[in-house]
Design a protein around this ligand. Structure first.
Ligand code: FDA
Length: 391
């Protein structure tokens, strides 16, 4: 079978690319090994898909080349995607910080993309195993367990390594290496962080507690919710900072970002000298956490007996907690994969490989990773569209 374009992977980027290429009259075949297309869209955003972010800008993405994403994000913006969503009559709302979610279900986004593909005469061939990709006489040959397909342009949209049970695989990276294209080392990102057993024993009673925190690491800083878990830390602030964290590095945590804990303690010391430290901390922290910090501080129990040095130590443990995670929860729980196909190998306009004409890489398989909050899907839409209008 011969097609103008074969797309590998029916996730957000692949479907977007297939529809855009089809609109230009290209014959498109989308190959997918899973039984369902867009599985990560389906499970995203708690089933409601945080499909973009109103404030998307290149600053929201990590890559060895921070400028690489500029062209694609400008060529198909968050507003273009919102217009597409509206044209399909899908109701949505802004939850927080510019994050847009479906009012109904993430399946609506999948159905929308499939409908866009159908309108141009293509739909993904599911449950198809890709056996081999090779150079053909005029393009590429993709051998599958359901026959071989020749194409002039081959678009690799196989995503990253996170959540293997959704169909994630390393095929995209293998194809890159097969054609001599560099791959930036990958690692799990937007992922919970773990504690070693000693720290876990100390903090396990805190599991389930959530606070509004500011977390910083590797020059990045995020003010969002933080959650103590049975294995370490999670919540949006931790997922965000995990993309910047590296082994053996500390993260700095302000557990009461909206409070001036020193001022709170000074006032309480003055007004209620017989009050317990834990009670005063309870004004700015959940009760269990306040008690834990008071117990651990070794400071006087009554505020009236608290020295300035002890007060400063307590303030530090609340607002400048330095903690060294022992690792991440890995690809099993990561939302995305950092690293991937080196952007230096690709055109930022078309996503075509510089050294292999006709071969394209889009979406998460490329070394561009968004922050938490709808940015990663916007990257899938923008990069998919950019390649779709060039193939
Ligand atoms: P994606 O992984 O979506 O698609 C790749 C496709 O290729 C898959 O269908 C896969 O089965 C297929 N494939 C892989 N290997 C293959 C092979 N060997 N042969 C054939 N097919 C193969 N982002 C966001 O912006 N907002 C959000 O709310 C969320 N929420 C979220 C929740 C969870 C639990 C996860 C894991 C991730 C998110 N994300 C997110 C991230 C987002 O899902 C992700 O960045 C995009 O889905 C990436 O789109 P791609 O199309 O590049 O890859």
């Amino acid at each position: 079978m011969r097609h103008d374009v074969v797309v590998l992977g029916a996730g957000g980027a692949g479907l977007m690319c297939g529809a855009a290429a089809g609109r230009r009259g290209r014959s498109v075949l989308i190959l997918e090994h899973a039984r369902r297309p867009g599985e990560k869209i389906r499970i995203s955003g708690g089933g409601r898909c945080n499909f973009t972010n109103l404030h998307t800008s290149p600053a929201d993405f990590l890559s060895q080349n921070p400028h690489f994403c500029i062209s694609a994000l400008a060529g198909f913006t968050q507003h273009d995607f919102v217009a597409l969503v509206e044209s399909h009559g899908i109701a949505y709302h802004e939850k927080t910080l510019g994050q847009l979610f479906c009012d109904g279900s993430s399946q609506q986004i999948i159905d929308m993309l499939l409908e866009e593909c159908r309108r141009v005469g293509t739909e993904p061939l599911l449950a198809t195993r890709i056996l081999e990709v090779s150079k053909g006489v005029d393009g590429f040959v993709v051998a599958t367990d359901r026959g071989s397909h020749e194409c002039r342009a081959l678009v690799v949209a196989t995503g990253g390594l996170s959540i293997p049970k959704t169909g994630a695989s390393d095929l995209g990276y293998r194809i890159a290496r097969q054609f001599g294209i560099r791959v930036v080392p990958t690692r799990p990102a937007l992922v919970p962080l773990r504690f070693d057993q000693v720290l876990l024993n100390e903090l396990k009673d805190l599991a389930g507690i959530s606070v509004d925190a500011t977390v910083s690491c590797g020059g990045a800083r995020f003010s969002e919710a933080l959650l103590f878990t049975h294995r370490g830390l999670s919540g949006p602030a931790i997922l965000q900072v995990s993309s910047y964290w590296r082994e053996r590095e500390p993260i700095m945590v302000d557990l009461a970002r909206d409070a001036d804990v020193a001022a709170v303690l000074d006032r309480a010391r003055h007004e209620h000298p017989r009050q317990e430290l834990a009670t005063a901390l309870g004004r700015v922290l959940p009760r269990r956490l306040a008690q834990r910090i008071a117990d651990k501080s070794g400071a006087a129990i009554r505020l009236g007996d608290l020295s300035d040095r002890q007060r400063d130590a307590v303030v530090r443990s609340v607002q400048a907690w330095r903690v060294v995670p022992s690792g991440t929860e890995g690809y099993r729980m990561a939302e995305v994969t950092l690293g991937g196909v080196d952007t230096a190998e690709l055109s930022s306009k078309s996503f075509e490989a510089r050294t292999v004409p006709g071969l394209y890489f889009i979406g998460e398989v490329v070394d561009v990773t968004g922050h938490l909050g709808g940015y990663n899907f916007q990257w899938a839409w923008s990069s998919g569209h950019a390649a779709g209008v060039h193939v």
